[in-house]
Ligand binder design. Structure first.
Ligand SMILES: *Cc1c(COP(=O)(O)O)cnc(C)c1O
Length: 521
């Protein structure tokens, strides 16, 4: 109400630009201002209106092309060059969202989105996010919001428990967990902790000699983190994988590469293994790699951004076998545990290494609780200082659904991926390229025994383009071992078997069209 009145007051005085406002305020009293950015009743009205808008969007999501069809810079010509001087109504703004923003969206929540990895969501996480946002607590240390810190500790222990992690990763044991924004930050902070631990024992001047290890399937963010941590780009060892081991890291190879570095007088200190690589969900053998890490005193991190969530099901837990021997583990509930972006859970065995590397102690944040060292100050576990009360979202998810439903959500996605895999196998023109471990199917069209790799790649590029240009499905590709592969990642929250079957039908139509085109020329 207040908002509307102030809008009327402004427009009746016909103030169109800063100049006239200055004139007016110079020679008389300033305009009466009833601007109240957080009027509870107006909040109620607008938030209810927004919830309706969002529910309608979710309901009608399949009416939009999954992959946005706009051209770069499309929005500039649709919107004014400057921000409005006078207030506009939410209705007007929502009209623009419908007409100008949504056409430029790639709809990640569409049930026909099978690209990358899905970013899963849920009602519980949404309402949890509302609560988190509404409090706007900036809980950098315990005192700045005790509940925010303590709930995060509890939720991290709950999830650790669901994953059957050993006590050494829990607050109830000797370790602990923290919610980071992204896997990239989880890798960065552990890398910095490991770096400082190593430099502490071998001297700061050795930074040039520090070496990190990953595989050629490790997420690209690892190289970025190494750069940010001051590791020489010459000392990032990306160890080759191949089809014979389904693109998993070979412990024998890791050992020989580390050994060669030691012989050359370098200082190996950090190894990143992956459970569920981004390209094909390859799983590195943790136990055997941990042998190498232990022998050479490397900090071993496990990046399970996507695949880790599946390990809440007993039948997938074995992918984490050996986890008790590593130093840190991260996984992102924003990928597969229904939590909305962004939410990456990181557990460390030695929180003290993180804190040694990242803690700050400015006078203005000092307080008795922190000084007594009896509390966790999460600012010392992350890059930033301020942080949201994100654990609310996970807490709502776990409580609203229970472990039982979270497990069946994972199983249902895996079942749908298996179904898709079966459909691919039933068509002799197609092949599965690497085994399916989770809910990602890597396949390709390969109908001609005589075709060169380049020709097969061309066919698949054409097929992907054909499928995505329909706007009915969105898939992506990867290249592994020199092969161009199509990725079909099942699991947006709204996807059902019917969507998977329809997507396969479309892919087959695409193959028909492309192969017919070839025969005709
Ligand atoms: C998605 C993904 C990442 C990157 O995650 P962000 O949270 O976007 O930084 C890292 N590693 C793996 C294995 C992933 O699948």
């Amino acid at each position: 109400m207040h908002h509307r009145r102030s809008e009327a007051a402004f427009s009746s005085s016909k103030i169109h630009d800063m100049g006239s406002l200055e004139l007016r305020s110079a020679d008389s009293s300033p305009p009466r201002c009833e601007f109240k950015p957080l009027d509870p009743e107006e909040f109620r009205n607008q938030a209810h209106r927004m919830v309706d808008f969002i529910a309608d969007y979710y309901k009608g999501i399949e009416t939009y092309p999954v992959l946005s069809q706009v051209q770069p810079d499309y929005l500039r010509t649709c919107l004014p060059k400057t921000a409005p001087y006078l207030p506009e109504s939410l209705e007007n703004i929502l009209t623009d969202v419908t007409e100008k923003i949504i056409p430029g969206m790639t709809h990640w929540l569409s049930p026909n989105f099978f690209a990358f990895f899905p970013a899963t969501v849920s009602t519980a996480a949404f309402v949890g996010e509302m609560l988190c946002t509404s409090f706007n607590s900036v809980g950098f240390n315990w005192l700045a919001s005790p509940a925010a810190t303590e709930l995060e500790m509890i939720v991290m222990d709950w999830l650790a428990n669901m994953l059957k992690l050993p006590n050494s990763f829990m607050f109830s044991g000797t370790g602990g967990g923290v919610i980071q924004n992204t896997s990239s930050e989880a890798i960065l902070v552990t890398l910095v902790a490991a770096r400082d631990r190593m430099l502490h024992s071998c001297g700061a001047a050795s930074i040039q000699k520090l070496v990190v290890y990953c595989s050629d399937q490790t997420h690209s963010t690892f190289t970025k983190a190494a750069k940010l941590a001051g590791i020489s780009p010459h000392n990032v060892r990306s160890i080759t994988t191949n089809l014979d081991t389904d693109f998993a890291l070979s412990p024998v190879l890791v050992r020989s590469v580390v050994e060669a570095d030691v012989m050359a007088g370098l200082v190996p200190f950090y190894l990143c293994a992956t459970v569920g690589t981004t390209s094909t969900t390859a799983i590195d053998p943790l136990e055997q790699i941990a042998d190498v890490a232990t022998d050479y005193g490397l900090w071993m991190h496990v990046d399970a951004a996507y695949g880790g969530s599946a390990c809440i099901c007993p039948e997938f837990r074995h992918y984490l076998d050996g986890i008790e021997r590593v130093d840190s583990l991260s996984l992102s509930p924003h990928k597969w545990l229904l939590s909305y972006l962004d939410c990456c859970c990181l557990w460390v065995k030695k929180p003290s290494s993180l804190m040694k590397a990242l803690s700050t102690d400015p006078e203005y944040l000092r307080n008795k609780a922190s000084e007594s060292a009896s509390v966790v100050d999460y600012k010392d576990w992350q890059v930033g200082t301020g942080r949201k009360f994100k654990s609310l979202r996970l807490w709502l998810v776990m409580r609203s659904y229970g472990v039982a439903n979270l497990q069946s959500h994972i199983r249902s996605d895996v079942r749908m991926a298996k179904m898709f895999e079966g459909l691919v196998k039933s068509d002799p023109r197609f092949e599965i390229v690497v085994p399916r471990w989770f809910a990602l199917v890597c396949f390709r069209l390969n109908p001609f025994s005589w075709a060169s790799p380049g020709y097969t790649e061309l066919l698949n590029r054409k097929l992907l383009e054909w499928v995505n240009s329909t706007g009915r499905v969105y898939m992506t590709h990867t290249i592994v071992g020199g092969m161009y592969v199509l990725r079909f990642a099942v699991g947006t929250t709204l996807t059902t078997e019917h969507h998977v079957a329809a997507a396969w039908k479309l892919i087959k139509e695409g193959a028909d069209a492309i192969l017919k085109g070839i025969r005709n020329c």
